[in-house]
Write a protein that binds this ligand. Structure first.
Ligand SMILES: [Zn+2]
Length: 107
């Protein structure tokens, strides 16, 4: 049995060279169509990954710019539209009517 720990750099280089030769031989055995298909498949996977990353980057940029999903979120109601909880004149709790029950000022 060969002891792998005793492999010299030269032997290792030879093994790597042999592996590269085998890989090349496998690629050479492929028809041009098969090679094109495997390259196209790899490119498609890369493109899908890039599209996914681009989407994340775009969303992060939109959030950073403060305009993310602006159209989806309702505009905050203006303060005047909301029913006053307290009379602005005397501070008494508003009873839900149009005028203050205590001082008669319009709410
Ligand atoms: Zn009042």
């Amino acid at each position: 049995m060969e002891n792998y720990a005793s492999i010299t750099p030269e032997e290792l280089a030879k093994l790597v060279e042999e592996a590269e030769k085998q890989a090349k031989a496998a690629l050479d055995k492929m028809t041009p169509e098969e090679r094109e298909q495997s390259i196209a498949r790899a490119n498609k996977l890369i493109a899908e990954d890039q599209a996914r990353l681009q989407k994340i980057v775009d969303e992060a940029k939109a959030v950073a710019n403060g305009n993310y999903s602006k159209d989806n979120e309702p505009e905050p109601e203006s303060a005047e539209k909301k029913t006053a909880m307290f009379c602005s004149n005397c501070g008494a709790p508003a009873g839900g009517g149009k005028f203050c029950e205590y001082c008669g000022k319009p709410l």
